[in-house]
Ligand binder design. Structure first.
Ligand code: ADP
Length: 244
């Protein structure tokens, strides 16, 4: 996807990446909770150049009804890239990639949400990618988790997310689009920071067992950093001075 620049220097002699970051640095992350008045919960995230909106509806009746579970509520997730989110107009119809990402995000959130008080209902998560620059599934997952909390859905823990990867034979934190295209590995992770449990782990590329271990460690460190920003977003909405 997108043209690959064969001359791009992914890691220079000073240990700086193509966007100026060090190997252990995430892109700038900002999150705002409660940005949509008509959704039950919402969040907006900027993760580097990624811009994503998350909207939550529910718990509400399931349609079609046969999907409902008499013992618990269910989660449903739609990850969607806007036509203008990438360089060349993206067909707005769901691609195989979007179907896959919707599924992995839903499965990464399921261990955190507690829906047994809401049998026969669904909680819908809509993720709209407004601008993409590598790592959208992690950014979308982090936004979805904040939006679920904003909707008041009971949760065991927040789900945080960040990718690790490998460029120029070096393990790095938070892979951007250029590094994803020209690098050697991309490993998106979802993580519950208090329960210390991984809920999403994918790997595109090849790693040695040592590199794999390092990537998991670095990825968890990134997730912990993103978690602090998720918490701040909720604190800003619910505990800002004006509300007390
Ligand atoms: P993620 O966004 O989670 O890293 P991928 O690894 O599949 O998922 O995609 C990497 C990046 O490739 C995306 O973030 C986006 O910038 C770019 N990309 C994805 N789909 C398209 C597309 N249809 N056209 C152009 N670029 C795309």
């Amino acid at each position: 996807m997108g043209g690959r620049d064969p001359n791009v220097v992914l890691l220079d002699e000073n240990g700086k990446r193509s966007d100026g970051r060090t190997v252990n640095e995430t892109r700038k992350v900002t999150i705002k909770a409660g940005v949509l008045k008509n959704a039950n919960g919402s969040a907006y995230i900027e993760f580097g150049e990624n811009k994503i909106l998350a909207g939550i509806y529910g718990p509400r009746d399931v349609h079609p009804k046969h999907l409902s579970n008499p013992d618990t509520g269910i989660l449903r997730c739609r990850y969607h890239m806007s036509p203008f989110s990438v360089g060349e107009r993206k067909n707005p119809a769901p691609s195989r990639r979007e179907v896959e990402i919707s599924k992995v995000i839903k499965e990464a959130l399921e261990p955190a949400v507690i829906l047994d008080q809401f049998p026969r209902t669904v909680v819908d998560i809509f993720l709209e990618i407004l601008q993409a620059d590598g790592g959208t599934r992690c950014a979308a997952l982090a936004a979805a988790s904040v939006a679920l909390a904003d909707a008041g859905i009971p949760m065991r823990d927040m789900v945080s997310a960040c990718a690790a990867g490998k460029v120029a034979d070096t393990v790095i934190l938070d892979v951007n689009n250029e590094e994803d295209q020209a690098g050697q590995a991309d490993m998106p992770m979802g993580y519950m920071p208090n329960l210390k449990k991984i809920t999403l782990l994918q790997l595109d590329g090849v790693l040695t067992p040592e590199e794999y271990k390092k990537c998991v460690e670095v990825g968890i460190d990134g997730c912990n950093q993103v978690y602090e920003i998720q918490k701040k977003a909720l604190e800003e909405k619910y505990f800002s001075k004006g509300d007390q």
